[in-house]
Design a protein around this ligand. Structure first.
Ligand SMILES: *[C@@H]1O[C@H](CO)[C@@H](O)[C@H](O)[C@H]1NC(C)=O
Ligand SMILES: *[C@@H]1O[C@H](CO)[C@@H](O)[C@H](O)[C@H]1NC(C)=O
Ligand SMILES: *[C@@H]1O[C@H](CO)[C@@H](O)[C@H](O)[C@H]1NC(C)=O
Ligand SMILES: *[C@@H]1O[C@H](CO)[C@@H](O)[C@H](O)[C@H]1NC(C)=O
Ligand SMILES: *[C@@H]1O[C@H](CO)[C@@H](O)[C@H](O)[C@H]1NC(C)=O
Ligand SMILES: *[C@@H]1O[C@H](CO)[C@@H](O)[C@H](O)[C@H]1NC(C)=O
Length: 350
């Protein structure tokens, strides 16, 4: 590799490092998880998805922030603030970004990029140690004008919250304990060694984060089941001098899944029992997340009361036991690796 090529690579890395800082996150894709923990089938996408490869893509085409930028009091979500981005309020898919198809009770992974929020935490002082909490709510009766405050921290595990149209399916740390983007911060460097994976077209050399959930086992076949993903990432008061009162910061993605008749080989309980430890991390669920799915009762009837109380406090940051992985050096082609990483983070918005 000659010198100019190396400096081009360095430039890519710099662009990557700085562009990841301001980029925010959304659900990039969903996958069904087989009983052995491996992702199977074709990925599905959010409503109104704009792929990163689409010429019209930029960060703002997919991020949805509450409270909105420019709102005077950043500690308030207005009662009429909508849960879904304007392009995600109807059950609409874009060409090339179909819905996920999954059977009732299936285990599915929601995947997102950490965009530096995990690996460069010092860029945003006052943020929670778990990098915020991610919630997935589910309903068979979504509303086009769904209000944020009617759902978040209102719908609960047992379906008795608020207007009872939906349930809380999952609550996890934004930091799934292993995801990273490539940068030269110590966290990323540590994770690149601890959780190596072979770079691919989709993720480049990065390892995306995931939230593994189970669809309710009584979700009706032949219908759409709606998932509302909420990343709750507040800034505490008194840490960042420019934010003496702290602020709320939430991002959402609204998603429909097509519930299909199927075998039950993807049911969440089977994944938990059948998980194969030794497999590629970028194609497999995180087994520790199944413990919570199973204890939630949502893999039984959505309305059942098996659930422990649905806590609204963020889960403590836990350090999941690293899954031993074959130490394939992420050597592949370094050039491809850097370029795909660069491409996946391209122009960033705020
Ligand atoms: C898991 O099961 C799927 C579907 O049956 C199969 O394609 C995949 O190779 C298996 N993975 C492992 C690690 O055994
Ligand atoms: C902003 O809203 C919060 C929560 O309602 C309230 O406690 C605070 O006083 C408000 N701040 C201002 C400057 O109005
Ligand atoms: C799909 O989205 C477009 C643009 O937001 C909207 O005009 C249209 O009515 C939607 N179609 C359906 C079936 O919801
Ligand atoms: C990274 O560096 C910070 C600050 O020096 C330190 O607190 C943290 O433990 C380090 N993390 C890792 C994974 O090395
Ligand atoms: C899967 O479905 C079959 C047929 O409906 C049923 O007999 C079997 O008990 C199910 N297995 C599990 C693990 O739910
Ligand atoms: C449902 O969950 C809420 C919140 O966790 C709890 O207060 C309530 O008692 C539960 N209701 C039933 C019927 O289990």
């Amino acid at each position: 590799m000659n010198h100019s090529c190396l400096s081009a690579l360095r430039w890519f890395l710099l662009v990557l490092l700085f562009s990841t800082v301001s980029a925010h996150s959304w659900i990039e894709q969903l996958l069904v998880i087989a009983a052995n923990g491996t992702f199977v089938g074709a990925p599905g996408y959010a409503r109104g998805n704009v792929l990163r490869t689409d010429p019209s893509f930029n960060d703002k085409t997919m991020t949805y922030l509450l409270p909105p930028n420019g709102q005077a009091n950043q500690s308030v979500i207005e009662p009429t603030d909508k849960l879904c981005k304007s392009t995600q309020r109807t059950q609409n898919q874009t060409e090339g970004s179909p819905r996920l198809q999954a059977s009732a009770g299936a285990a599915i992974a929601l995947r997102f990029q950490e965009n530096g929020h995990v690996t460069l935490p010092w860029n945003q002082p006052g943020k929670p140690k778990n990098r915020g909490t991610v919630y997935v709510y589910g309903t068979t009766e979504p509303k086009e004008d769904e209000n944020f405050v009617d759902v978040h921290k209102v719908w609960n595990r047992n379906g008795t919250g608020g207007d009872r149209r939906g349930v809380l399916l999952s609550q996890q740390n934004f930091d799934d304990g292993r995801c990273y983007q490539i940068n030269n911060g110590n966290i990323s460097e540590h994770r690149q060694k601890a959780f190596p994976h072979v770079a691919d077209q989709t993720m480049g050399a990065d390892l995306w984060c995931q939230q593994d959930i189970a669809l309710p086992s009584d979700a009706p076949s032949g219908k759409l089941y709606t998932l509302y993903w909420v990343w709750d990432w507040p800034t505490a008061p008194g840490v960042d001098p420019s934010l003496p009162n702290g602020k709320l910061e939430m991002y959402t993605t609204c998603i429909d899944v097509e519930v299909v008749d199927g075998d039950n080989s993807t049911t969440a309980s089977r994944v938990r029992e059948g998980y194969v430890e030794d497999q590629s991390l970028d194609r497999a669920a995180i087994p520790s997340e199944f413990a919570e799915i199973m204890s939630s009762g949502t893999s039984k009837e959505a309305g059942s009361s098996l659930a422990p109380s649905s806590s609204t406090t963020p889960a403590p940051t836990s350090t999941p036991t690293p899954t031993p992985a074959p130490t394939t050096p992420p050597r592949v082609s370094i050039v491809t690796t850097f370029i795909t990483s660069y491409v996946t983070v391209q122009p960033t918005g705020g």
